[in-house]
Design a protein around this ligand. Structure first.
Ligand code: AMP
Ligand code: MG
Length: 425
């Protein structure tokens, strides 16, 4: 009988509370807080390994069996006991029969004799060493080669890859194609995984066209750039992306849509209306709900984020500017979603490259520049830092991260480049 899915506890109302008294919270403080306060919000289930790509392991996985389970040949060739061989030309008589993968040789190979053996075949009794076919001459009765051949050459030890009972993959690991190979090789047909996190995406603002496909728009309307981007990010991260559509700057309509979203999604990303202006209804509603935390993060691009719970469901109120929405989703959303989904906290891997630009940066906030690598591996940045410049996001292949303090960057100075791929895109 399959046990009923375990429903994890809800997040605490104050899970997004920032330390008091700090005006602009440093990025690392904000990240540390997300890491400390977020917990998985999805139930677990058992899945066939073949169906589990992209899922996150709900428990540690131990090998049911060793890989390889028995010592075997790593090449096609001839197997023998090393003890009976030495330096110089060697000629060994062959036993009758052969050892092949899946068709083992059942007898014993006497010391001083050899056997034809194929890749993957279990080493027959009496065989501890294999000589590569290309290094031999043979007729049906004998095999000749030059010694010395090293003990156990061209053989694989039982369990040399994985030993039965050992940890193969930890809870929180997201399964990629090679992981399916590993799980299968050590005898696991099913694994316990988290259900896919459902990520709802909602756009707000009177200026946003309701339908992405509208062909003519009056000048006071703009196409919705954030929703397709955020939905695609959620999908790329192997979450279930839920399109919650668009609502205008209308508090009742927004509240109703958030209500719907809270039943359909495990976490909601909104864009627009997250500051404290007249038409910033996302933050106003979260404030009314009593869970609102205005995240004034010392980061550029990015204006305040509105974080809170709506009917127990975490809401990330992103800025409307597509560049800020994108960068905030990469920097804060990506790790936060991973934890909500049951995964590990995984800071993006960046690397240091010479700058192909110059910049004078003031102290006080961390900056993320839209960047890409030149042919010779230098980081160039998009000429404009304007946060409405969507073309720069598309032009870039990653971000240059500049630390919180002041920094004068000259051509050739080391800078940290984080490819989009390091954020899982
Ligand atoms: P807001 O955060 O609502 O003050 O919006 C900041 C800027 O982002 C404004 O110029 C909005 O028009 C723009 N914006 C908001 N939502 C979107 C969207 N979904 N797609 C493109 N631009 C947007
Ligand atoms: Mg707005």
């Amino acid at each position: 009988m399959t046990p009923a899915p375990l429903v994890p506890p809800r997040l605490k109302n104050d899970c997004f509370a920032l330390p008091p008294g700090i005006d602009w919270t440093p990025v690392d403080t904000a990240l540390g807080l997300l890491r400390a306060n977020l917990t998985p919000v999805v139930a677990t289930e058992e899945l066939e390994v073949s169906q589990a790509l992209g899922r996150i392991l709900a428990s540690d996985v131990l090998a049911r069996r060793s890989n390889p389970p028995a010592p075997n040949a790593a090449v096609d060739g001839y197997g023998f006991a090393h003890a009976a061989t030495g330096e110089g030309p060697q000629t060994l008589p062959l036993v009758e029969g052969r050892a092949a993968a899946g068709v083992p040789f059942s007898g014993r190979v006497p010391e001083g004799m050899a056997i034809r053996i194929l890749t993957g075949a279990i080493l027959p009794e009496g065989v501890d060493t294999v000589v590569l076919e290309e290094d031999t001459a043979s007729d049906a009765a004998r095999v000749a080669f030059h010694g010395p051949v090293k003990l156990r050459s061209n053989t694989r030890k039982a369990g040399e890859d994985v030993v039965a009972g050992n940890l193969v993959l930890p809870a929180g690991h997201r399964l990629r194609p090679p992981d399916l190979a590993l799980l299968s090789a050590v005898g696991l047909a099913k694994v316990a995984v988290f259900r896919p996190l459902r990520v709802g995406v909602l756009s707000t603002g009177d200026e946003i066209a309701a339908d992405v496909g509208e062909t003519t728009l009056p000048a006071d309307r703009i196409y919705d750039a954030n929703r397709p981007m955020l939905l695609a990010m959620a999908r790329r991260w192997d979450y279930a992306a839920i399109d919650l559509g668009h609502v205008g700057d209308d508090r009742a309509a927004l509240a109703a849509r958030l209500d719907e979203g809270a039943t359909e999604a495990d976490v909601i990303f909104t864009s627009g209306g997250a500051s404290s202006g007249d038409e910033d209804h996302v933050s106003a509603l979260l404030r009314e709900a009593g869970t609102m935390q205005s995240w004034r993060i010392a980061v550029k691009p990015g204006r305040p984020l509105a974080l809170g719970l709506w009917r127990g469901v975490p809401v990330f109120g992103l800025p409307g500017n597509p560049v800020a929405a994108f960068v905030c989703t990469l920097v804060f959303g990506h790790p936060a979603l991973s934890v909500l989904a049951g995964g590990a906290w995984a800071p993006p891997a960046g690397f240091t490259v010479p700058a192909a630009f110059e910049k004078n940066k003031r102290a006080g906030r961390r900056e993320y520049l839209r960047a890409r690598l030149t042919q010779d591996g230098h980081a160039e940045v998009f000429p404009s830092e304007g946060s409405g410049r969507i073309s720069g996001l598309s032009w870039a292949t990653g971000l240059v991260e500049i630390e919180d303090g002041a920094r004068r960057i000259a051509h050739g100075d080391p800078v940290r480049f984080i490819p989009y791929g390091s954020f899982g895109l």
